[in-house]
Design a protein around this ligand. Structure first.
Ligand SMILES: [Zn+2]
Length: 124
């Protein structure tokens, strides 16, 4: 799913998508002509393997996502009335389209890159 960067207003634009067992939803806000703030949530279940014994496990995901999307290269020095006060992660786009499948995929990879253990290994 894609949304045109230019369609996002200051009042906000809702988005929501589902990928297998994972839902990704929230709102986009225009912060400056070049910056959009994404506030959302990833919920659902992911197939994974225990990082200790490789047993199949299901991860319950319930993650708040907050990031900035920059139309083109993100320049912190640019004077366009926006300051990244909270030091949020910035995703740069170059075709004017916000690609939610890509954002979701990279967030899932990031989530999986943490250590996750099965019940047996957890209780050891
Ligand atoms: Zn295990």
């Amino acid at each position: 799913m894609e949304i045109a960067f230019k369609k996002v207003s200051k009042e906000g634009l809702d988005f929501s998508l589902k990928h297998d067992t994972i839902s990704f939803f929230g709102k986009l806000y225009q912060k400056s002509p070049m910056i959009v703030l994404l506030k959302g949530k990833i919920e659902g279940e992911l197939e994974h393997r225990c990082d200790r014994c490789a047993e199949d496990i299901r991860l319950r995901v319930d993650e708040k996502i907050e990031m900035l999307i920059s139309d083109g290269i993100y320049k912190t020095t640019e004077v366009d009335g926006f300051v990244n006060e909270n030091n949020l992660a910035v995703v740069e786009i170059f075709d004017g389209l916000i690609n939610f499948d890509e954002i979701l995929q990279s967030e899932i990879e990031l989530y999986k890159s943490d250590y996750h253990y099965c019940i047996t290994c957890k209780s050891q």
